[in-house]
Ligand binder design. Structure first.
Ligand SMILES: [Fe+2]
Ligand SMILES: [Fe+2]
Length: 181
């Protein structure tokens, strides 16, 4: 049981490290002087798209939330809200991607929109993980069955993280070095 929870918590911690780099990078952006290098921001958007968005959140919806809904119906409103946040999170990410591309194209125009979208993304993802850690994972620890845990363990153990997993994807090397330095 514990290891399936640990997979989820480790994925949250890793996303939080990426959000921290996003936040710090936004703090140092300016629209004065030569155009800043935006590669790190493009890498962050790409990472969130291919790992948390594609694997982490969907597996929560596929395994964790339905198992909890079955045995703790009183959690249904918080689980509904978390599922709405998954949808909103994907929209916030697409917005961030769009404003990043337009800042890249139209520099120095568009800094405020980029800061706004980036900060909103950081804040809402942290709030979302906070609710899961506070309201969902402790209940899961207490109430889920051994079969539920086995299914979750199988599902989450298969998640191949291209940034924090065993094989660092080449395109994420600069981001990885920034996170671990
Ligand atoms: Fe989630
Ligand atoms: Fe999560």
């Amino acid at each position: 049981m514990a290891d399936a929870i640990e997979f989820i918590q480790a994925e949250h911690r890793n996303l939080d490290r990426v959000l921290k780099v996003l936040d710090e990078t936004l703090d140092h952006l300016s629209a004065d002087g030569p155009k800043p290098n935006l590669d790190l921001l493009f890498s962050i958007v790409y990472y969130v798209r291919v790992f948390p968005e594609k694997l982490h959140h969907p597996k929560e919806e596929q395994f964790l939330f339905p198992a909890l809904r079955r045995i703790r119906p009183e959690l249904s409103s918080v689980l509904d809200e978390l599922e709405r946040q998954h949808v909103a999170g994907a929209q916030h990410l697409e917005r961030l991607d769009a404003v990043l591309k337009s800042f890249d194209r139209e520099y120095p125009k568009g800094l405020d929109a980029l800061l706004d979208a980036g900060r909103r993304f950081v804040r809402t993802q942290r709030e979302h993980m906070g609710v899961e850690e506070r309201d969902v994972l402790p209940a899961a620890k207490v109430f889920l069955s051994a079969d539920d845990w086995a299914a979750m363990r199988r599902a989450f153990a298969k998640n191949m993280d291209p940034l924090f997993g065993d094989h660092l994807e080449t395109g994420f090397r600069a981001l990885y070095e920034r996170i671990t330095r």
